[in-house]
Design a protein around this ligand. Structure first.
Ligand code: F6P
Length: 319
């Protein structure tokens, strides 16, 4: 019998629970003993793990957040912290570890693998900022949350004939803004990959006003600028009325979409299979609708190709 453990680390993402459920239930189905580690790498270092059973995965597939809870852990950034984590796994007799999270989590997995830990990573982050995979768990739910907000803001924005700026999450990746912007019919998306060209925004708003358009939606990716600041500048430069909304952490919560649950479930089962086969330092992804795995180091080195076609399409359709 193999002993495996699972943890979630970094920012939570809808669908993490579906992945945890798959790891627990598929692992037990394959005859494994399964541990759940609380609060990510922090809990691992502190030895905060407990054996889970089939019932531990009851009623969680539809829930946002992570039942294992999560943390961002400074101590794990140190060699000493990682050695302590590896020791805890050895003491509990863990042969394989599944980590669910974003690129910080994967960097941690890479380092643990160097210390001889068998580890497999599942991409869980709303940001979709892991370029080796087409999708990360949580991204689809997050853009649907943003889309719902765009629809509601659009109602009031058009009633008042205003410019509405909606600030979304994404850290250094504009995917949430880009794809929610495309689906929500936004006039402008401001994303880190393109930077902030204020003059272009003012010019386009004035041009659309002269064509008789009275309302516009601007999706602003966090980090490129401040929504309230952009609101002020638009008022000043275009004399058009504007309002801003920062969506914040509502984007990280909520029941996962069908897409995220399916992705998470398939990835969870694949992670267990890989560990049973004795594989290590692998991460799981989806490309062209196929689940695959690759070396963690290689995955972290993949450079994101900017989807300029989508960006340009938003511009064309904004007319
Ligand atoms: O990585 C997910 C994410 O939600 C980013 O989009 C955002 O920049 C960050 O986490 C916010 O982190 P915290 O919840 O720690 O403030």
């Amino acid at each position: 019998m193999k002993t495996i453990a699972v943890l979630t680390s970094g920012g939570d993402a809808p669908g993490m629970n579906a992945a945890i459920r798959a790891v627990i239930r598929y692992g037990i189905h394959k005859g494994c003993k399964v541990y759940g580690i609380s609060r990510g790498y922090k809990g691992l270092i502190e030895g905060d793990l407990a054996e889970v059973d089939l019932r531990s995965a009851c009623d969680i597939i539809h829930r946002g957040g992570t039942i294992l809870r999560t943390a961002r852990c400074e101590e794990f950034m140190t060699e000493e912290g990682r050695r302590q984590a590896a020791t805890v796994l050895r003491v509990f007799g863990v042969d394989g570890l599944v980590v669910i999270g974003g690129d910080g989590t994967f960097k941690g997995a890479r380092e643990l693998a160097k210390l001889g830990v068998n580890v497999v990573g599942i991409p869980g982050t709303i940001d979709n900022d892991l370029p080796y995979t087409d999708y990360t768990i949580g991204f689809d739910t997050a853009i649907n949350t943003v889309l719902d907000a765009i629809g509601k803001i659009r109602d009031t924005s058009s009633s008042h004939e205003r410019i509405s700026i909606i600030e979304v999450m994404g850290r250094n990746c504009g995917d949430i803004a880009l794809y929610a912007g495309l689906a929500g019919g936004a006039e402008e998306v401001v994303i880190p990959e393109k930077g902030q060209d204020m003059e272009k925004i003012f010019r386009e708003l004035l041009e659309s006003k002269s064509r008789g358009k009275k309302q516009s939606i601007i999706i602003l990716s966090e980090g490129v600028g401040e929504a309230h600041e952009l609101e002020k500048q638009i008022k000043e430069k275009t004399k058009m009325d504007s309002r801003s909304t920062v969506l914040g952490h509502i984007q990280r919560g909520g029941s996962p979409s069908a897409f995220d649950r399916i992705l998470a479930t398939k990835m969870g089962a694949t992670a267990v299979e890989l560990l049973i086969q004795g594989k290590t330092a692998r991460v799981i992804g989806i490309r062209n609708n196929m689940i695959f795995d690759m070396d963690v180091e290689e995955a972290l080195g993949v450079i994101k190709k900017f989807d300029s076609e989508t960006y340009e399409l938003i511009d064309i359709l904004a007319n």
